[in-house]
Design a protein around this ligand. Structure first.
Ligand code: GLN
Length: 535
């Protein structure tokens, strides 16, 4: 029988349900269970693929090509497992499924309603992954807060799930905030009491409270929460602000969250809980004295979550190399050929980030020209790679009008262009080249030496491609196309000869970096920077 844990939130959003779910998942995995995490988001978009990063942060892409919430990135990074389309479901998808069933006449003349039709569809999605028999424990994070109008059907479905499942197969963990009033020097429990009351109104009695707080919770505060919220005393867990998200599993272990969960589910540890590799990572992360400064050049830099997987990949690689990466966020649209030296002179390496649309492109191109000419390690990801191709065409091949047809439809040197297949597409959602594709790497290239493999698989999310008409011209002039998708005849990697480290990838390596398995390209990039710095 599968075990289901539902993680809900109250008082405020952004309390870190994703990190708590990931941390718990990691602990349960460490004691021998097969665990996955899924997220249910209450908005009406079918997926976050059509949303601006300003709305939603990064869109995380799974192996099977789903455009998902950035929390799925945390799940994969913490647990080291792949998620899929089924791990992220939105209200939009639920309604879409129900409405298409209605059009097919599947409801046999019934009036289609929120209860039971929408809630049934939600519950089917809750159980879908569990039915595949790959996992023992399925953690389900419900986005938003109790009390939000749009989350109501999800909470109702959780209530019903409690009835479907046996008592020992269902657990609700409710995450809340315990604010500290500095004027009176007190931690206040009232918002949590109200939030649990709201849960009770929805018919759900939380089993465990995880309380986010800036200060330690005294025994009195914990007892009071237990009494007023009707949970047992040892099920009130303190989740104090941590130095980094990666400290949370260790803090949750100290609070014995995993033991309380195992008890609640009526199961035992299959093996002793060891986190030695994780702790080694943490000690490198926090104690390293080697500081490396890397600029991320992008147009959404005011919201760091827009580049979450890239910044986490740098953290993983840095700690693995016993270095601490400090990220300098540089707004692309403010860069010009005149000020670029000033903006990038203090950094050891530069990443030009993925993105869509024209804004900031010329700034990205100026940044690439500067790092190319000044031998500064450069990593271009997706749009960053495309900009490196435009820069090379304009400034080395002397094709001054070179561009991507995304920005100039009529350019006579479309070094980045739409594939034939893409030209016919009208809908924006879910229609890019998405998910995992194979790529063959050339001998003696930076990438081949980094991966130590000839054929790799990496995830994509883009519409435009390197225009292979210009491939020979690039190779003859020193920009080598070192990664090729042979099946589609597409260039996936470029690297510059006679430069310490200049690599552009059409794919997104950042989606595959894990805490305990940093990505080889990020390792190669950071270690090159480190060796240049140390002379
Ligand atoms: N806008 C570019 C394209 O669609 C790059 C996308 C990206 O950086 N993810 O091809």
């Amino acid at each position: 029988m599968k075990k289901y844990i539902f993680v809900t939130g109250g008082v405020t959003s952004s309390l870190g349900k994703g990190i708590i779910s990931s941390s718990l998942g990691l602990l349960l995995k460490a004691v021998g269970y097969k665990v996955t995490i899924q997220k249910f988001d209450p908005y009406l978009n079918i997926d976050p693929g059509t949303m601006s990063p300003y709305e939603h942060g990064e869109c995380y892409v799974t192996k099977d090509g789903a455009e998902t919430d950035l929390d799925l990135g945390h799940y994969e990074r913490f647990l080291g497992v792949s998620t899929s389309q089924d791990n992220n479901v939105t209200t939009g998808r639920i309604y879409n499924n129900v409405i298409s069933k209605e059009r097919k006449g599947e409801f046999l003349g019934k009036t289609v309603q929120v209860i039971p039709h929408i809630t049934d569809e939600i519950k089917n999605s809750f159980y879908k992954i569990g039915k595949k028999n790959e996992y023992d424990i399925i953690i389900t994070e419900i986005g938003g807060c109790i009390g939000d109008i749009e989350s109501l059907p999800f909470f109702e479905a959780v209530r019903q799930a409690k009835l479907d499942l046996k008592k020992e197969n269902f657990l609700n963990i409710h995450l809340t905030l315990i604010p500290y009033l500095s004027t009176s020097g007190e931690l206040k429990t009232k918002p949590t009491q109200h939030s649990v009351k709201k849960m009770l109104e929805a018919g759900i009695q939380p089993d465990i409270l995880v309380c986010r707080s800036e200060h330690k919770l005294s025994k009195e505060v914990k007892n009071k929460l237990a009494l007023f919220c009707n949970v047992s005393k040892n099920s009130v867990i303190e989740s104090i602000d941590a130095k980094s998200i990666y400290d949370v599993p260790v803090l949750m272990r100290e609070e014995k969250l995993h033991s309380i969960v195992l008890d609640g589910l009526g199961i035992k540890k299959k093996k002793p809980l060891r986190l030695s590799r994780w702790k080694k990572f943490l000690s490198n992360l926090h104690s390293s004295k080697n500081l490396i400064k890397i600029a991320i050049v992008g147009k959404y830099v005011s919201l760091h979550d827009a580049y979450k997987s890239i910044s986490e990949s740098l953290i993983h690689a840095g700690a693995n190399l016993n270095s601490r990466v400090e990220i300098m966020w540089v707004l692309s649209e403010k860069i010009t050929n005149q000020n670029v030296k000033n903006k990038l002179s203090r950094v050891d390496g530069v990443i030009v980030a993925p993105g869509f649309g024209k804004r900031g492109i010329e700034g990205k191109i100026s940044a690439i020209k500067y790092v190319r000419e000044n031998n500064i390690p450069f990593f271009g990801i997706c749009l960053g790679m495309q900009c490196a191709c435009i820069e090379f065409s304009r400034n080395i091949l002397n094709k001054k009008s070179a561009n991507s047809s995304e920005f100039d439809r009529n350019t006579d040197y479309p070094i980045i262009d739409l594939m034939e297949k893409q030209k016919k597409i009208v809908n924006k959602g879910g229609t890019m080249r998405l998910g995992s594709y194979k790529c063959k790497l050339s001998k003696n290239s930076i990438v081949r030496n980094a991966y130590k493999m000839e054929t790799i698989e990496e995830r994509h999310r883009h519409r435009y491609e390197f225009n292979s008409t210009f491939k020979n011209e690039f190779n003859e002039n020193g920009m080598i196309t070192t990664g090729i998708n042979e099946k589609l005849n597409l260039v996936e990697v470029i690297e510059l000869k006679n430069h310490p480290w200049f690599v552009g990838t059409q794919y997104h390596p950042e989606y595959k970096s894990r805490v305990l398995k940093p990505h080889p390209l990020f390792i190669s990039f950071v270690s090159k920077i480190k060796s240049i710095k140390n002379g």
